[in-house]
Design a protein around this ligand. Structure first.
Ligand SMILES: [Fe+2]
Length: 227
């Protein structure tokens, strides 16, 4: 289990544009921002950021956003399943975070889930996804209320943690697949999935369809999980 502390001053402020955030970040850090020209650069920068026990979540968001998707760099991790979306591990961040590709077939989506007290960053590498956000149920057996809906397009990044609510992610296209890059810190292997109609909770184990480009043979009938 990671012993990292995570701090963020800006990430939850959606009113700021990217340029404004970057200026604030440079001021705060007192030095220029890292350059991320490739997936290898991104992984190297993330490894560096997580060497510290005090991780700047805004900087994690910045490096994820700055990477420009290049299919040549990530295609070996992109493995689809005809029945459901897949989670494919790219890097385990020395136990401090998990970086993974999620591959969404046409019309595939997740259940409504929480993030087990972790931070979740989701960046589009191909296609687009719809993120539907819900408030935590106010009482037992109450319907979950939708609080927002965002379309995430190529190279955009969205961020969520449990204090911001629950979400479901969906590839609404009936003719295009979608691929997203996710970072979870600290990593987790269980989350909670919710029934929208009655708020009923189910604990769910999260699994990998492939790890480091190799398909995990043990996974034949994956169960619903997070994303
Ligand atoms: Fe999620």
């Amino acid at each position: 289990m990671s012993i990292c502390q995570y701090r963020s001053e800006m990430i939850n402020n959606n009113n700021e544009d990217d340029e404004c955030r970057e200026i604030k970040l440079v001021k705060h850090l007192g030095h220029s921002l890292p350059e991320v020209g490739s997936l290898s650069d991104l992984i190297r920068e993330l490894n560096k950021l997580f060497e510290s026990d005090n991780v700047n979540v805004d900087l994690v968001h910045y490096v994820m956003k700055t990477y420009k998707s290049n299919p040549v760099e990530w295609k070996k991790f992109a493995k689809f399943d005809r029945f459901r979306y897949t989670r494919n591990l790219v890097d385990n961040g020395n136990g401090k975070y998990n970086l993974m590709l999620l591959c969404w077939g046409e019309g595939q989506g997740s259940g409504i889930h929480d993030h087990a007290n972790s931070h979740c960053f989701m960046k589009m590498l191909q296609g687009s996804l719809e993120e539907i956000r819900f408030a935590w149920p106010e009482k037992e057996e109450s319907e979950l209320g939708e609080i927002g809906r965002t379309r995430l397009n190529l190279n955009e990044v969205c961020y969520i943690n449990d204090s911001l609510g629950l979400h479901r992610v969906e590839n609404v296209s009936s003719y295009d697949t979608a691929i997203s890059l996710h970072l979870y810190c600290p990593p987790y292997d269980r989350c909670t999935v919710f029934n929208q109609k009655n708020g009923k909770k189910t604990s769910s184990t999260v699994t990998f369809y492939s790890m480091f480009g190799k398909k995990n043979k043990e996974i034949e009938a994956p169960i619903p999980e997070d994303n």
